[in-house]
Design a protein around this ligand. Structure first.
Ligand SMILES: Cc1cc2nc3c(=O)[nH]c(=O)nc-3n(C[C@H](O)[C@H](O)[C@H](O)COP(=O)(O)OP(=O)(O)OC[C@H]3O[C@@H](n4cnc5c(N)ncnc54)[C@H](O)[C@@H]3O)c2cc1C
Length: 335
């Protein structure tokens, strides 16, 4: 039986949001299909939810059927120099990283410490410290609520981009399992500045476990403690701008870095928030930008979605006024 009128503040790490009409637990294929059938019969949309670590839910009651993914099988299939790791959508991402790095498998160590589920990882093609899900992705299975069919997709079929995939645009696709292809042989990615600094200081980052531990240590400084405060991590995406626009900005701010990206030059928004706008700690109501990393939005006790909206909108306006860049949110809205 679904639960009724469940506050989304209790299901999301930003800890804001009004009641969702129905919440189903998806712990098997049957329960996932049952939730889809219920949403059809009551004419409400079905919304898959993992750990709610990338969702901003509105304050008003929301007429929606939430499907909380809680399937939890994780299996390893050896294949010469590689191992195929198959995870149910509800498996915690951090559990996946821990079990893979413990076995000495390479490919997800830089993604240690990211909250959430394996099933949500393809949605925004999670990435951090010079790696992203797409690097080791093999295939996934999804249930299409429009056709009542299961589909298997490879990386091309998922249309991955920077914090992007087709799942952001096709809410009828519920990811049920994902598979990664991880190497047994050494493929370290340690060129990211924070990791390079540790190596320069003499740390030996020569196993997946050591890299994962180092990444978790770096992250503890950059993100608030989820047990104490609300957050969804980076609230905005780093913008990608044209080479001309980058040249103009760099003439004004010579220290602004730029990184070649498929559709232009990607620039670090945190640098703009900090050095151009001085927005570290900037506050609206009970929401503020994190002192240690201004791309991260933090909610305090009794914060509302309206506090978050006000803060995020003001930040967007200030960035536009100073740089002419329209920034995009990384966090998904549910209203
Ligand atoms: C402290 C902190 C640090 C973070 N750091 C990073 C980081 O370094 N890099 C990064 O990329 N992200 C980061 N994030 C964002 C977040 O952890 C990821 O986006 C994560 O993949 C979300 O997983 P989730 O299970 O919580 O998804 P949710 O927040 O529950 O859902 C996110 C979106 O995915 C959809 N979805 C969820 N499950 C499924 C499914 N099975 N099928 C189809 N759609 C689904 C939802 O409908 C929603 O639109 C961070 C978040 C926090 C709180």
């Amino acid at each position: 039986m679904p639960r009724e009128n469940v506050p989304l503040a209790s299901l999301t790490t930003l800890r804001v949001g009004g009641p969702a009409r129905f919440v189903h637990t998806g712990d098997s294929m049957e329960s996932i299909k049952a939730a889809a059938a219920h949403s059809r019969s009551c004419g409400l949309s079905l919304y898959p939810l993992g750990q709610g670590s990338n969702v901003l839910a509105g304050d008003a009651p929301i007429d929606v059927v939430i499907l909380k993914m809680e399937t939890n099988e994780l299996t390893f299939k050896p294949d010469s120099d590689f191992v195929e790791v198959i995870a149910d959508a509800g498996v915690s991402w951090e559990r996946l990283v821990q079990e893979c790095t413990e076995q000495g498998l390479w490919g997800v160590e830089n993604l240690a410490g990211i909250p959430g589920t394996a099933g949500a990882a393809p949605v925004q093609n999670i990435g951090a410290y010079g790696a992203e899900l797409a690097d080791t992705f093999a295939w996934l299975e999804c249930y299409d609520t429009a056709t009542d069919m299961l589909m298997r997709l490879d990386a091309e079929g998922c249309a991955f981009g920077y914090r992007e995939s087709r799942f952001k645009h096709e809410p009828n696709l519920i990811i049920t399992r994902i598979a990664l292809r991880l190497a047994r042989t050494s493929t370290p990615k340690t060129s990211y500045a924070d990791l390079q600094k540790l190596m320069d200081a003499g740390e030996l980052l020569n196993t997946p476990q050591k890299i994962a531990d180092a990444v978790r240590r770096v992250r503890r400084v950059k993100f608030p403690d989820l047990t104490q405060e609300g957050t969804a991590g980076s609230f905005f995406k780093n913008p990608t701008i044209t080479a001309n626009a980058y040249e103009e900005l760099q003439a004004k701010y010579p220290a602004l870095q730029g990184f070649a990206a498929p559709s232009g030059i990607k620039i670090p928004l945190a640098w703009i928030l900090d050095h151009v706008l001085g927005l570290r700690g900037y506050r609206e109501g009970r929401a503020h930008l994190f002192q240690n990393q201004p791309l991260v939005l933090v909610t305090e006790n009794n914060a509302t979605a309206q506090d978050v909206e006000m803060l995020a909108n003001n930040v967007s306006e200030k960035v536009f006024a100073a740089t002419n860049i329209l920034i995009e949110r990384e966090v998904r809205s549910l209203k």
